[in-house]
Design a protein around this ligand. Structure first.
Ligand SMILES: Nc1c(C(=O)O)ncn1[C@@H]1O[C@H](COP(=O)(O)O)[C@@H](O)[C@H]1O
Length: 164
């Protein structure tokens, strides 16, 4: 079930990715961007993956954020079946600290782009922010909220004392 009005779709390979991917949802909520979250796995739910990727545009999404760990094929497989921009988040794996996730997502063949973010929570936050910035190119009110976020961040760093 799509969340009505959602412009950003967040998909992840497993429920265990949520602690990381929640950061993308949090920033979208902060910026007032409607989003939908669901678990889709290229490996474990291949039929659901195909159904999701092929119908994502018709469901009304404008941007997809796909997070997965380990052999992270989800972002690339989604990108192969949609015209929507796909942002990939490498979830930090236990065995290889997310190096495996990163390399699985970043090294796409020419012609099938995935915008790959950093490993882990920072990457998830930035994926949410980047999705908002993409939407803000055609939404002046959202652009103002993104600008306010940017200014608040700058101010909080500038005001921070050198010594804690
Ligand atoms: N990389 C993928 C895909 C996929 O790429 O389709 N599906 C699940 N997974 C990943 O397996 C890891 C372990 O999953 P479990 O914690 O469920 O065992 C998760 O990080 C998930 O993203």
């Amino acid at each position: 079930m799509t969340r009505p009005g959602a412009l950003v779709s967040i998909v992840m390979g497993s429920q265990s990715d949520w602690a990381t991917m929640k950061k993308a949802a949090d920033i979208l909520t902060h910026l007032g961007v409607e989003h939908d979250v669901r678990i889709v796995s290229a490996h474990r739910t291949p039929d659901r993956l195909v159904d999701f990727a092929k119908n994502a545009k018709d469901e009304g999404f404008k941007v997809i954020i796909a997070g997965a760990g380990g052999a992270a094929h989800l972002p690339g497989m989604v990108a192969s079946m949609t015209v929507l921009p796909v942002l990939g988040v490498p979830v930090q794996s236990k065995a290889l600290s997310g190096q495996d996730s990163l390399l699985s997502i970043v090294q796409m063949p020419a012609g099938v782009p995935v915008g790959t973010l950093a490993i882990g929570e920072a990457g998830a936050t930035n994926a949410g922010l980047l999705a908002a910035k993409i939407l803000a190119t055609s939404d002046p009110a959202l652009a103002e909220r993104v600008q306010a976020y940017r200014v608040a961040q700058t101010d909080s760093v500038a005001e921070r004392p050198v010594e804690a």
